[in-house]
Each structure stands twice: as C-alpha cells, then as structure tokens.
Design a binder for this molecule. Structure first.
Ligand SMILES: [Zn+2]
Length: 147
C-alpha cells in the first residue's frame, strides 16, 4: 500500500467571459476573457484579440454583449509514496485500466494505492482489452490480483 502523502482535493475555480453574439446569426460571435468586475482582461489577450474586442465594443448595432461567469471543477489527484520512495500520482487520467505504475521502479498500484501484480499476470476475462493496447502490454486484459 502506498503511503498517501497528499490527499485528493476537489476545488472549484471561476472564469469570466465577455460574449458578443451576432444579432443577425446567434450561432456567430466573439468571446473574450474578462475580470470578475466585468471588465475585459486585456492582459490575457494578444494584440489581435484586443483589436477584435474593441471592434465588437464599437459595433453595438451588430452584437449583443453579455457577461458570463463559468465554474470549473478541478480534481487534484492524491499522491502516494512508492516503496522505492518515488512519488506516484493516483490520477485516473493517467492510469491503464485502473492501474498506475511508478515510473521509477515499475510497481503497479490501483487508484486506492494498493499494490498490484504486473498486468502481464492478470487473468484474461474477455478479448475487449486485447485491442489497442499501448506501452508494450499486448494481450493483457482487465482484472487484477492484489497481494
Ligand atoms: Zn516506485
């Protein structure tokens, strides 16, 4: 079992946008980054974007302007300390069929930090996973054995 040195964390961040919808065609328009006080975030725009922003502001007859606040849920994966001392992120996005491998020593873990045997010893339970495998694990299928 990995020693968890950093717990999984879920946080919410907000972003702000100024939208310009074309009055003639609602499927067209522009979106620019903004600050929470509804002012344009010019420091986040390149020169061309700034020019487009000011062109939109000057064309109120062509665009409907509206402010938008978006919420983003960000999951920071837990981090554990491998038996070799290396840090391993328990990140589902970088797992292989639910397993994460220490890059230094090659030890496999599940998302809970429990040690797994090498996937080459996993039992075959169907042929689905035999397709499109990467990292040189041809013929390995889902299923796991804890030890
Ligand atoms: Zn390791």
């Amino acid at each position: 079992m990995l020693e968890i040195i950093k717990e999984r964390k879920v946080r919410v961040e907000k972003s702000y946008w100024i939208n310009f919808d074309c009055k003639d065609d609602r499927s067209c328009g522009f979106v620019f980054p903004a600050n929470s006080d509804e002012t344009p975030a010019l420091d986040k725009m390149c020169e061309e974007a700034q020019m487009n922003y000011f062109a939109c502001e000057a064309s109120t007859n062509k665009f409907d302007r509206w402010f938008e606040e978006r919420e983003h849920t960000i999951v920071e994966p837990a981090v554990g300390k491998c038996v070799c001392g290396c840090e391993v992120e328990l990140d589902a996005d970088y797992s292989w069929h639910g397993a994460i491998r220490c890059e230094k020593c090659g030890q496999w873990y599940n998302w809970f930090g429990q040690k797994l045997v090498d996937p080459k010893y996993w039992e075959d339970d169907d042929d689905y996973y035999n397709e499109d495998l990467t990292d040189g694990f041809m013929g390995i299928t889902a299923g796991s054995i804890n030890y």
